[in-house]
Write a protein that binds this ligand. Structure first.
Ligand SMILES: Nc1ncnc2c1ncn2[C@@H]1O[C@H](COP(=O)(O)OP(=O)(O)OP(=O)(O)O)[C@@H](O)[C@H]1O
Ligand SMILES: [Mg+2]
Length: 292
């Protein structure tokens, strides 16, 4: 018979964080607007269309780097990857191994890991996407590497000045010219970071990149983004009737302030619950998608 665990293990590894939560604290966004719902949706549509166009421009090698900032679950990764993956199909058709065009890097990355990743994608028209990879934005050494990689001068040389076994083993030079592109996807709103030190830090990067804020900050804007994507057919794959879709939207709308997160992702979760549990989906959503 398996042994029952009656208490927590004696030594729980300490949670290690490189970034102090204090440093990431944001100044609340206060918006006073007399925009109508239609005007807000038009603004959001335009921002996402700019996101697609800018991604295309990075892909074409016309723009070196872009930072896109927006709250969780609104479609940042989805849109960037949609544009980039189309490119991949093209690369496969070309059947050229050297056309390894882009990679999406998620989570933590050390400065050396960053150096090696940039080396791998150093060719013109190659792209590294840093998706929720805030460790590279917050570490001094990583930021210096990025500053060199994305500088506006003619030649963007990056150097690694200390001895490294990993570089030797991989036969990677200790300096190289980076000619690729970079896309940073983040939840950090650069100009709303409370810490002056971190703000200065981020400004150095921002000055070398195009910075796109999706301007989805308030509950109203998040709801309107959801509405917009439902109108565009985000829920079509569920094959719900129109009344069912309206009911799902109203349910989220009426509980907006109680949802754990207000996003496309949350809307999809609620739709999943409806598909799985039919009429009972609201009870399940109250238990799993809402606070308190
Ligand atoms: N245009 C779309 N059509 C259908 N589904 C979409 C669309 N845009 C986003 N989604 C879905 O919405 C969810 C959230 O999108 P995505 O992961 O891109 O958000 P995000 O802004 O990158 O969030 P995070 O900051 O948490 O990474 C995903 O499940 C994605 O597949
Ligand atoms: Mg994402």
């Amino acid at each position: 018979m398996p042994k029952m665990i009656t208490s927590a293990p004696a030594s729980v590894p300490k949670f290690k964080t490189e970034v102090s939560i204090k440093d990431l604290a944001q100044i609340p966004v206060i918006k006073e607007t007399n925009e109508s719902d239609e005007q807000i949706m038009e603004r959001l549509r335009q921002r996402f269309s700019i996101l697609d166009d800018m991604t295309r421009a990075v892909k074409a090698g016309d723009i070196r780097a872009m930072i896109v900032s927006g709250p969780p679950g609104v479609g940042k990764s989805y849109n960037v990857e949609e544009v980039l993956s189309k490119h991949d199909v093209f690369a496969n058709v070309a059947n050229d191994q050297k056309l390894k065009k882009y990679e999406v890097v998620k989570g933590a990355m050390s400065p050396l890991g960053l150096y090696m990743k940039l080396h791998e994608y150093k060719d013109k028209k190659s792209i590294v996407v840093f998706d929720d990879c805030d460790s590279v934005l917050l570490d001094d050494l990583s930021l210096n590497i990025l500053k060199a990689a994305l500088d506006t001068g003619k030649k963007r040389m990056i150097h690694w000045n200390t001895d490294s076994r990993a570089l030797r083993e991989e036969q990677i030079d200790k300096s190289f010219e980076f000619r690729g592109g970079a896309i940073f996807i983040t939840n950090i709103k650069f100009d709303h970071v409370r810490s002056k030190k971190l703000r200065d830090h981020l400004e150095a990067l921002e000055s070398r990149c195009h910075y796109l804020d999706l301007t989805i900050d308030t509950e109203r804007e998040k709801m309107l983004r959801i509405k917009q994507m439902i109108t565009d057919g985000m829920l079509n794959r569920y094959a719900f009737g129109k009344e069912e879709v309206d009911e799902l939207y109203e349910f989220v709308y009426n509980n907006a302030s109680r949802m754990r997160e207000l996003s496309l992702r949350m809307m999809l979760k609620v739709a999943d619950l409806k598909r799985s549990f039919g009429a009972k989906y609201q009870d399940y959503a109250r238990a799993t998608c809402m606070k308190g």
